[in-house]
Design a protein around this ligand. Structure first.
Ligand SMILES: Cc1ncc(COP(=O)(O)O)c(C=O)c1O
Ligand SMILES: Nc1c(O)cccc1C(=O)C[C@H](N)C(=O)O
Length: 415
């Protein structure tokens, strides 16, 4: 029998999995093998080490040591310690990343602090720069928070496409808030180029790396980012509601004037001093008591990254998304879906988003019923996230095959 595109990709998946240098990593995750899980760009799968570590934190550290654990179990310094572990994954040298709060809250801290840095010497003086640029296609929370930050600081906000930030920044721009990877399309934006252009215009950059941290090599230090924020429950597998992180470039740390100067960011919190004196370094980005249970779950989850080279992760991510696109071509009747994820590797994150006319929500619901978990972003986007530590090429093949079946069945039913 002659080879069809479908039989060819089926065989190819097995060969690609057999040659995959990261294949052994999958065993470190607690996954349901009957399901193809392609939603790690929203909620990553649990690393096996997390449950046992959490049981120890609850039973021994909390249950037996109690309050002493703040010191003896290292709880007090966990936000910076875990921050440094994340730092390795986002190209930040130690001492610049702190973990805590949500991404939304960290966006607020970074945007307000960036605006304050551009002010004149006297408090209350009009800002020299009073414009905030925000990625026009941003994940909504960033836009909402930036708008509020602008209102509170007397700035105006302007929505600009991420690709146009560099040319749109002007003498009044204080800060640009940009998503490194677009959550809807999976488009990867130019962090080094945009950052350099903003700096040349005298403005700061805040990068939202929610969809790139753990998905591809991020080089915050080398590429000169000023601030970055990100969540840890996607590609970093920290678990639902895991705390987010904030990066403040070392050179800016002494000028970081937090709009949320909680007692955990005080130079001497237990002095309980009514006067605020900020701590130095990454600690200044803290606010209140750290979320110890979810922070230590994240700490345990980060163990899966020990010894992992992000370059290998990127290579597999691109191979997976390329392969998935070819499988979609092989299985889905022509013209029914269109990829909105860029073909160029330099512009692609670690997901594939397919536009499907009307009924995308129903298609995704049916995929999930058939054991292929992606997600639907209204109105018409089917999103498939590829997490190289545990996604197999066979998963990509099965997802595309089931997608073809679901779309075929809908069309059959209409006839
Ligand atoms: C790009 C981006 N930023 C921010 C968020 C939300 O962050 P949080 O819920 O931690 O505030 C998400 C996803 O929820 C996201 O995709
Ligand atoms: N943070 C989420 C949540 O609490 C519930 C459901 C989904 C999410 C997400 O992370 C959505 C995600 N940021 C997205 O890219 O659409």
């Amino acid at each position: 029998m002659s080879e069809t595109p479908a039989s060819s990709v089926f065989k190819e998946a097995a060969a690609l999995d057999a040659a995959d240098g990261l294949a052994a990593k999958r065993a470190e995750f607690d996954l349901d093998d009957t399901v193809v899980y392609l939603d790690g760009n929203s909620l990553g799968a649990p690393p096996r080490g997390v449950a046992g570590r959490l049981a120890d934190v609850v039973g021994r550290e909390w249950g037996r040591l109690g309050i002493r654990s703040w010191e003896e179990s290292g709880w007090w310094t966990a936000p910076e310690r875990v921050g440094d572990r994340i730092g390795r994954l986002v190209g930040a040298a130690p001492g610049q990343v702190v973990v805590g709060d949500s991404t939304s809250v960290n966006v607020f801290k970074a945007v307000v602090a960036a605006i304050r840095m551009t002010r004149g010497a006297g408090e209350g003086e009009a800002p020299l720069r009073d414009e905030v640029l925000v990625d026009a296609a941003t994940f909504p929370t960033d836009g909402y928070i930036a708008r509020s930050a602008a209102r509170m600081t007397g700035c105006r906000i302007r929505a600009v496409a991420a690709a146009d930030m560099a040319r749109e920044a002007g003498p009044r721009t204080a800060v640009a808030l940009v998503n490194h990877v677009d959550y809807r399309t999976g488009r990867l934006h130019d962090l080094p180029g945009t950052t350099a252009a903003l700096r040349a215009a005298g403005a700061h950059t805040v990068w939202d790396v929610c969809h790139s941290a753990g998905a591809l090599p991020v080089r915050l230090d080398a590429d000169g980012a000023d601030f970055a924020v990100g969540c840890t429950y996607k590609y970093l597998n920290g678990g639902p509601g895991a705390p987010a992180f904030l990066y403040v470039r070392r050179a800016l740390q002494d000028r970081f004037d937090s709009p949320l100067p909680g007692w955990n960011s005080h130079a001497d919190p237990f002095a309980m001093d009514p006067a605020y004196a900020p701590a130095g370094g990454a600690v200044r980005g803290r606010v209140g008591t750290p979320e110890i249970l979810s922070l230590l779950a994240l700490d345990a989850a980060l163990g899966v990254w020990d010894g992992v080279d992000l370059v290998a992760v990127r290579a597999k991510s691109l191979a997976l998304t390329d392969f998935f696109l070819r499988c979609v071509e092989a299985y889905v009747p022509e013209g029914r879906v269109a990829s909105v994820t860029p073909e160029a590797h330099a512009e692609r994150g670690s997901q594939v988003s397919l536009r499907y006319g009307s009924g995308a929500g129903e298609v995704m619901a049916e995929l999930i019923r058939r054991g292929v978990v992606g997600d639907h972003r209204r109105p018409d986007v089917l999103r498939f996230g590829f997490t190289p530590l545990y996604t197999r090429f066979a998963d990509a093949e099965r997802a595309a095959r089931v997608l073809g079946e679901v779309i075929g069945a809908r069309e059959g039913a209409r006839r």
